[in-house]
Design a binder for this molecule. Structure first.
Ligand SMILES: [Zn+2]
Length: 115
């Protein structure tokens, strides 16, 4: 299926195991594979909804993925890591904590970057 091609992780095939050790790393890899499989299934479901609702084609999705991939100037199958600059509260101007929905100093609600 189309989405499976997009989601085949680079270091996730049987030919090139993430770790050669079959000790504790093996179960961790199996857990990660299960999580990746589940995410793959969810993305596939979401993509099917989007296609039904919008009519976007697989080629349009590929084009968008390529655009995102090229944001850092490299077509390497990865998105560019975002610059993690300090964000300040718009009320008290103190630095905001990452992943907290409110300012820890004054309690003002803040939006969290979903990515
Ligand atoms: Zn604040």
């Amino acid at each position: 299926m189309f989405i499976q091609k997009l989601f085949k992780p680079l270091s996730y095939t049987n030919e090139t195991p993430l770790m050669t050790s079959q000790t504790t790393g093996g179960s961790e890899i199996r857990t990660l594979r299960c999580e990746v499989d589940r995410l793959h299934m969810i993305v596939e479901a979401l993509w099917s909804f989007i296609q039904e609702l919008t009519g976007y084609s697989d080629n349009e999705l590929i084009q968008r993925i390529t655009e995102i991939d090229l944001r850092d100037g490299k077509l390497d199958g990865k998105s560019a890591p975002k610059e993690k600059s300090t964000v300040f509260c718009h009320e008290c101007n103190r630095p905001l904590s990452k992943n907290k929905p409110v300012c820890i100093y004054c309690g003002t609600s803040v939006s969290i970057d979903p990515f």
